[in-house]
Design a binder for this molecule. Structure first.
Ligand code: ZN
Length: 159
C-alpha cells in the first residue's frame, strides 16, 4: 500500500508560495518565484492565524486565508508610544520619521520601534508592530509537505 499523501500537520516541513495583502489590497510581502517559504509546522514560525488554516493541505493545494489582527500582529495600541530623550541615540543616527530603531530595556529585551517625530529634546517612538491592527489576506499555494528529520525536530526549524 502506498503512503497517504503528506499533509500539513505538527512536525511536518512545509514549503509554500504566498502573497500577503492588506485590506486595501496592497501587496505587503510575498515569496520569491524560485524560493518558496519553508518552515517546520507547529513551532511558532509563522503567525498562528495562518498556521491553523494550513492544516490538512497537501502539495499543489491553494487557499486564501484572512487573518484578523488578534491572530496576526495584534491590535494597534495607541498607548504603545513613548518619548525617549534624543541624546539616547547615537549622534550619527538619522532620526527621520518612519525609521525603524531597535531599543533595549533594562532587562536586555530587544524591541523594534518606529520613530514618529521629534518633540523638543525627545523623540516620540511607536512600539506597535508595523502590521499591528492590519487584517492580513494570504493567498497560499503549498509546494511540498514532508516529514521533518530528527535533526530538524531537534533544532526546531526546517533545514
Ligand atoms: Zn538547524
Amino acid at each position: 500500500m502506498e503512503d497517504p499523501k503528506p499533509v500539513v500537520a505538527e512536525n511536518m516541513v512545509v514549503s509554500m508560495h504566498y502573497v500577503l495583502r492588506n485590506s486595501a489590497e496592497q501587496v505587503l510581502d510575498q515569496s520569491a518565484p524560485d524560493s518558496p517559504l519553508t518552515y517546520l509546522h507547529g513551532h511558532g514560525q509563522i503567525i498562528p492565524g495562518l498556521a491553523t488554516e494550513l492544516v490538512g493541505l497537501g502539495a499543489g493545494e491553494e487557499k486564501s486565508v484572512i487573518v484578523a489582527p488578534a491572530d496576526a500582529y495584534g491590535e494597534f495600541n495607541p498607548e504603545a508610544r513613548q518619548l525617549i530623550p534624543s541624546n539616547m541615540f547615537p549622534a550619527d543616527m538619522p532620526l527621520t520619521p518612519g525609521t525603524s530603531v531597535q531599543m533595549q530595556d533594562q532587562a536586555g529585551n530587544l524591541f523594534q520601534a518606529q520613530i514618529v517625530e521629534a518633540q523638543g529634546e525627545n523623540m516620540l517612538l511607536d512600539f506597535n508592530h508595523p502590521l499591528a491592527g492590519e487584517t492580513l489576506h494570504f493567498d497560499v499555494r503549498i509546494v511540498d509537505v514532508r516529514h521533518a528529520s530528527a535533526e530538524e525536530l531537534d533544532h526546531g526549524h526546517a533545514h
